[in-house]
Ligand binder design. Structure first.
Ligand code: HMG
Ligand code: MG
Length: 287
């Protein structure tokens, strides 16, 4: 990859649709993933293999993955909180999975029903099986700027958990501003601490746009060497266990800003506009 290449990791079908209050029909989820697969995006998070009691919106993950067109060059990803979720994701034939931890104890309890340390222990058997299967595992880290339960997060705490996830075998760490509380200054302070211990090529920006600051944060992260950003078509989303969190940065807006800065994402903007219309239709139908 050349240095002017940026990867947009589409998380709308998961991070977007998990937070819609009613159940989005499986066929609509499939239509959204299929449209996204035709844009030039190379990574699409299409499902979540979590407890259906915790997140009923994602209960049809296996059907979604079975129903989509598999386009060469497009990796289909899924969230997996434990070994049970990993095995379901593997049976569904996803290309990669992601574990998710929190940098704050309050959100860890609310989202995973356990402490940070316990969540890392739960990932261990998953990581071992994934390693044996040759399955890439991404690591998400939530509440890297602030937590809806504990307030501001210390940058050093983020660096510490991120390092543990990498040591366990995650190939990259997605730094989640889960409630969209960050700005250029708080992100710079965070990156000062994290880049001290982890190279930029292992880090991803995952910025929810609650405060309208996600694009400026992408710009700061680009200056600091990050080259992968999570984004959500139409800006859909949030997290059911992070009250007030809005969607991830809109993929099209991220694409336009990143390209205006001279980077290339390899995405066809007309095709992405079409996928964004589908995302918007899904969002407005259930509002
Ligand atoms: P628990 O209740 O402590 O787990 O939940 P448990 O092990 O005691 O199991 C309870 C029941 O769930 C059992 O069923 C298990 O079989 C079942 P029962 O015997 O009672 O019928 N179960 C499962 N079923 C399906 N798939 C599974 C699974 N695991 C257990 N994988 C647990 C612990 C982790 C399961 C639960 O807390 C959970 O599912 N949490 C997920 C919450 C979630 O998905 N949140 C949104 C995604 S994270 C996010 O959006 C942030 C991110 O975008 C980054 C950012 O923005 O910061 C990634
Ligand atoms: Mg998120």
């Amino acid at each position: 990859m050349t240095t002017d290449r940026v990867t947009l990791f589409e998380v709308g079908p998961r991070d977007g649709l998990q937070n819609i209050k009613v159940f989005v029909p499986t066929k609509d989820k499939i239509a959204l993933v299929n449209a996204l697969s035709r844009t030039g995006l190379t990574k699409i998070e299409a499902a979540s293999f979590v407890s259906p009691r915790w997140v009923p919106q994602m209960a049809d993950g296996a059907e979604v993955v079975a129903g989509i067109e598999r386009v060469p060059g497009v990796a289909i990803a899924a969230l997996t909180p434990n070994l049970k979720g990993y095995q379901a994701a593997k049976a569904a034939r996803v290309d990669e999975v992601a574990v998710f931890a929190s940098a704050s104890e309050g959100f860890s309890r609310a989202n995973l029903n356990c402490s940070i340390a316990e969540s890392l222990e739960r990932f261990r058997p998953l990581m071992e099986e994934a390693h044996a299967d040759g399955m890439p595992v991404r690591g998400y880290l939530s509440c890297v700027i602030a937590c809806p339960y504990d307030g501001a997060t210390a940058p050093k705490a983020v660096a510490g958990v991120a390092e543990k996830l990498l040591e366990m075998g995650c190939y990259e760490i997605s730094l989640g501003d889960t409630i969209g509380a960050g700005n250029s200054a708080s992100l710079s302070a965070l990156l000062d601490a994290v880049l001290d211990r982890i190279p930029a090529k292992k880090l991803v920006g995952h910025f929810h746009d609650t405060g309208g600051t996600a694009l400026e944060m992408i710009e700061v992260a680009l200056e600091r060497g990050l080259r992968v950003f999570d984004a959500s078509a139409g800006g859909l989303g949030g997290c059911p266990y992070a009250p007030g969190a809005r969607g991830n940065v809109d993929t099209l807006a991220a694409l336009r800003r990143i390209e205006a800065l001279g980077f290339s994402c390899g995405i066809d903007s007309a095709a992405l506009e079409e996928a964004t219309r589908i995302a918007a239709r899904i969002g407005s139908a259930v509002d």
